[in-house]
Design a protein around this ligand. Sequence first.
Ligand SMILES: Cc1cc2nc3c(=O)[nH]c(=O)nc-3n(C[C@H](O)[C@H](O)[C@H](O)COP(=O)(O)OP(=O)(O)OC[C@H]3O[C@@H](n4cnc5c(N)ncnc54)[C@H](O)[C@@H]3O)c2cc1C
Length: 350
Amino acid sequence: MDLFDVTIIGGGPAGLYSAFYSGLRSMKTKIIEVQPVLGGKVNIYPEKVLWDVGGQPPMQAQLFVKNLINQANTFAPTICLNTKVEKVEKQGEIFVISTNKGEIHYSKTIVVAVGGGILSPIKLEIEGAEKYEMSNLHYTILGLERFRDKKVLVSGGGNGAIDWAVELLFVAKEVVVIYRKDQLTAHESQVDKLKEHGVDIMLNSEIHSVISNDSKSAIEKVVISQNGELHEIEVDDVLISHGYNREVSLEFARNIQPIRKDDYYLVSLGQCKTSVPGIFGAGDIISYDDKVGLLIGTFQDAVLAVNNAKKYIDPKADQYGMVSSHNEKFAEMNKELLEELFCKTEASSL
Ligand SMILES: Cc1cc2nc3c(=O)[nH]c(=O)nc-3n(C[C@H](O)[C@H](O)[C@H](O)COP(=O)(O)OP(=O)(O)OC[C@H]3O[C@@H](n4cnc5c(N)ncnc54)[C@H](O)[C@@H]3O)c2cc1C
């Protein structure tokens, strides 16, 4: 039996940072991820610029994911892609994890980092809307250039929608935002940017129907219902950002059953509240008072989960890992990095 100290279910930001941190704590680590790539839901906004990750310069999400994956690989965890965890059981002291491939994985502890689960965007509920997905109806932005000099209607008022609207300001000819509530719910500074650019923000508004071109392959006009009145708006592209449906199909054996609050697992100091010890949680899937569903939150969650997993396996272990500047695991790597930096400084001063 190939027994791991910790098996991390989900290879998004929380799972990736957990893998780095468990390596730091000398734990034999495995990540199991259902998608063919690591990075979690950050992969649905690859071109978005992230400004709010502490200590990082503003960077596109795809570079952030690349950095996260590199960091997660520091201690060479075992990584299983295209593998969906279907069931977790505990036999004696060991967790037995079954996957959709019929494989069984064995682990002393589990970190649940399944985030939003398996995501699919909430689609526009208009009959036949799917046929425009091949042309100008979008649920995410995979390349901003596509929208250069276009008039784009963005439907949605949360952070996802408004962040996209702000990104579009720099390429699109015109951006119009519509939202069904009477107030946008996104971060204030982003909303302010839209206002500064004079973006037309229609509140209490929903898409009523769409009017297509003669070939019926693209949306030409969107009919908006606002306070009972209908308005037609000409568009080049429509971006729907109404959130995501989540499939959280991970099953726990009857004798485990984590305590949930809505769809989320309740944790205390990284430990999932279940009837058996040894299951920890990190990232968007967990809930505790004032939990922040942002990237920075996932890192703190991961550290707590891993430190407590370490302590569970070895009660005599330190509660915290040594900070990287003092940690002997990095001594050789630090030397190499510093030498490289020194050479660069020498070269630039010549
Ligand atoms: C449009 C959008 C924009 C955002 N912008 C920002 C931003 O600017 N700044 C910021 O800080 N945060 C932002 N966020 C939030 C941020 O992306 C999340 O907080 C973060 O991705 C959560 O990481 P996670 O690892 O907990 O979950 P996820 O990223 O959801 O990763 C979970 C992983 O688990 C996998 N998984 C699920 N079920 C299983 C299973 N049964 N078996 C195996 N694998 C499984 C999934 O495939 C996924 O890869 C944004 C989110 C969205 C949707």
